[in-house]
Design a protein around this ligand. Structure first.
Ligand SMILES: *Cc1c(COP(=O)(O)O)cnc(C)c1O
Length: 366
């Protein structure tokens, strides 16, 4: 199960407000709020200092509306023309990345609020600066409500000089757009940007994603609190009576006398198979090394000497906790990928006031 600490989330939102010098906050809760559960996280954030939510698709926006989330919602990733009418029906704001979308909105008289997306160096979607000026003009001339103007940073969380220079360049390009008094939200800072470039002025909102959980592209952040822990339990214990091979493929070698614990977590939960034979799980505060391949639903670890007499079936195991960044590095991945890879069958246990508050699992909400 995933423990999601809403007390720490609340703390982090307050800190993010400080870190971004009071700018408005768009909470990015795409991809099921990075695996934390978009509806639960949105409900929690509605009462906090968050103005607007960012999602990545029409369906993600509709899911929030279906659960009675009333705040502003922006679809970030760009929309297809045939989705615009539906987005409007659900009162979702859309990202405009191409002039053909504006023409479609005019032609079909769709009364939708839009954010104009500018590509300042991400190289993904959006207008060039000059195109954006033109797009803004066309929107204004045709009474399309432009609520936002934004861009996205590609290396804001990297600390080498070249990356810092690149980000500064992206920001100064973005600042070339002028006379924006009629636009409610001007935004470019993502998590890395909030941490490293929050004094840029010009913008009035930040887009906080992974930072809400106390992490960013380069690890945990001391001034924030960790929200997420993946836990499980010891399912089975044995003392090896002889040397044996462990798990699929026989790459794990067990020696006579080893105490091996089988833990109920596997790659179908989002615990990555690349961790076979190299990862560690934590039991009673001790690191226990994985022996053999991670299976779909189970993994075997060697119980270290210090806790050999202590470990019992049913004991709690920390699968990914404060070591999540190291785990991501070990497999050349990122915390983003580990979060979003958590599967549906992992129960989400929300902690509030220090106690389990809601449990959301396959058989419902408790
Ligand atoms: C995902 C996303 C974010 C959030 O990124 P973090 O690094 O998690 O803060 C911000 N803006 C856009 C456009 C995104 O797609």
């Amino acid at each position: 199960w995933a423990e999601i600490d809403l007390d720490n989330l609340e703390y982090n939102i307050k800190k993010i407000k400080e870190l971004s010098h009071g700018k408005e906050i768009m909470a990015i809760i795409k991809a099921d709020a990075y695996g934390m559960g978009a509806v639960s996280i949105a409900k929690e954030l509605c009462d906090l200092n968050v103005n607007i939510f960012g999602v990545s698709s029409l369906e993600e926006g509709i899911e929030l509306r279906n659960h009675n989330i009333k705040k502003e919602i922006l679809i970030l990733a760009g929309s297809f023309n045939e989705e615009l009418e539906m987005a409007k029906c659900y009162n979702l704001q859309v990202t405009i990345t191409d002039i053909s979308q504006i023409k479609y909105i005019i032609e079909h008289k769709i009364e939708i609020s839009v954010h104009i997306k500018v590509d300042t160096g991400m190289g993904r979607v959006g207008f060039t600066i000059d195109e954006a000026k033109n797009a803004l003009k066309i929107c204004r001339d045709n009474n399309i409500t432009v609520v936002g103007l934004y861009s996205h940073l590609s290396v804001s969380d990297e600390s080498d000089l070249d990356s810092i220079e690149y980000t500064k360049n992206q920001i100064s390009k973005f600042k070339k757009l002028e006379e924006l008094e009629d636009i409610k939200y001007i935004h470019i800072l993502n998590s890395g940007g909030i941490l490293n470039f929050s004094n840029i002025g010009y913008t009035n909102m930040v887009r906080a994603g992974i930072l809400m959980y106390g992490v960013y592209g380069e690890g945990l952040i001391n001034s924030l609190k960790r929200v997420f822990t993946l836990k499980s339990k010891v399912l089975f214990l044995k003392e090896l009576k002889e040397d044996i091979d462990i798990s699929y493929g026989r790459v794990g070698k067990g020696c006579k006398g080893d105490i091996i614990a089988t833990v109920a977590v596997g790659y179908a939960d989002g615990y990555r198979r690349e961790l076979s034979n190299i990862g560690t799980l934590t039991i009673h505060g001790h690191k226990c090394k994985i022996v053999g391949k991670v299976c779909m639903d189970m993994v075997m670890v060697k119980v270290p000497k210090e806790i050999e007499t202590k470990v019992q079936v049913g004991d709690e195991v920390v699968v990914m906790g404060e070591d999540i960044y190291e785990i991501s590095q070990m497999i050349h991945s990122s915390v983003y990928e580990l979060f979003t890879g958590l599967s549906r069958r992992v129960s989400r246990v929300y902690i509030k006031n220090g106690k389990p508050h809601i449990v959301n699992n396959l058989i419902g909400k408790i």
